[in-house]
Design a protein around this ligand. Sequence first.
Ligand code: BG6
Length: 489
Amino acid sequence: QGGATVSITVVGASGDLAKKKIFPALFALFYEDCLPEHFTVFGYARSKMSDEELRNMISLTLTCRIDQRENCSDKMEQFLKRCFYQSGQYNLEEGFSELDRKLKEKEAGKLPNRLFYLSIPPNIFVDVVRSASRTASSSSGWTRFIVEKPFGRDSESSGELTRSLKQYLDEEQIFRIDHYLGKELVENLSVLRFSNLVFEPLWSRNYIRNVQLIFSEDFGTEGRGGYFDNYGIIRDIMQNHLLQILALFAMETPVSLAAEDIRNEKVKVLRSMRKLRLDDVVVGQYKGHSKGGKSYPAYVDDPTVPSGSITPTFAAAAVFIDNARWDGVPFLMKAGKALHTRRAEIRVQFRRVPGNLYRRNIGTDLDKATNELVLRVQPDEAIYLKINNKVPGLGMRLDSSELNLLYSERYRREIPDAYERLLLDAMEGERRLFIRSDELDAAWAIFTPVLRELEERRVAPELYPYGSRGPVGAHYLAANYNVRWGDIS
Ligand code: BG6
């Protein structure tokens, strides 16, 4: 006996996120021997279910990294034996008291640490936190809560949510997840910048012409429209995933890699960003389309979407950072559903070489011939740098070539899912990749005015066909700043 134990309770255990991401990530951590020796997993939800039924439900989505590893099914069985279920309402203490009783049984004689993953809609966060934190107050280990966006709809509602949560929790207990921060390439962004001499000195308005943050999915809301319609793509992707990447990209060098040092720099750069204006934003919504004998539905055809909805499924925006490093550099963001491809990437377009001796050998389009650094976050993780290179031969012709680091070729190992990294960090109390409340406030401050204006004026989104490259307005927006989207040219 003795030692510490960690219990992980997934609240909202029968939901999509829990089944698709959280339980599989926990199993992957177990499989890689990353979970503590004494741990238990609890599922909590309203429906009645036995432990066995929960195990069956989870087992359907567990996978082994390398399927042929022979100990995989043994490992699965060992993991499932540590999984239990408790049913209960979200707004009543009863279920949580029962959960507490069961947790205490498992914790007997050990230092109890409890992690709650709130995989539930945000309107019930506070109810759950109230009940779960009360029952846990007698323990002497840590109690932490992971919460997942949406954290409100704007500055006010987000502030309200923070205040309510803080009635029951300290900031140190709240782990606000943005799963993009757990993606391998996003984590690597700081490594690239701060441990390679060839990048950081160029990382400013002196050498960078513009930066593009691009997110696209090749599928629509497909039944998730009920949730999505309340938020739209700006709140679903831009205000969090893309903005977080931007903050890491543009922040000053932190004092150290400690969580507070990094988050201090992120807050500073977020607070230096100009609030978006309506002119800086283009919105779109996908419409039905037939291609190759197949027809694709419009957003408003999703039965969970209210008819006549003008919620954007696509948005492009130009963000500016008013500080010495980035003055005047456009940061263009683009996010959309039901586009032609699934991709997330960061593109850095550098300035022209002044007085380029080879301008005549490059062809007419000098802008196309500038260096471009691309970090492909997904799929097929890669980092590549476009350079001008002499085409071999007796003549002198230059073309654009790539120095290419393709992860699948360089590293012959599976890349862990973002949720694995983040769950592990939460258990270890590592807050570097979680959003602090002042970061969240700063993020909302950038987007709240424009969101309000879009909604008050009922700005109609530009329709684009399902499977296309999105509304043409995105090109005009970029052209206003002399930018061409790198993923299209
Ligand atoms: C979620 C959004 O945060 O991220 C979804 O709510 C989106 O709309 C998803 O599909 C994308 O995540 P990933 O990791 O699949 O790119």
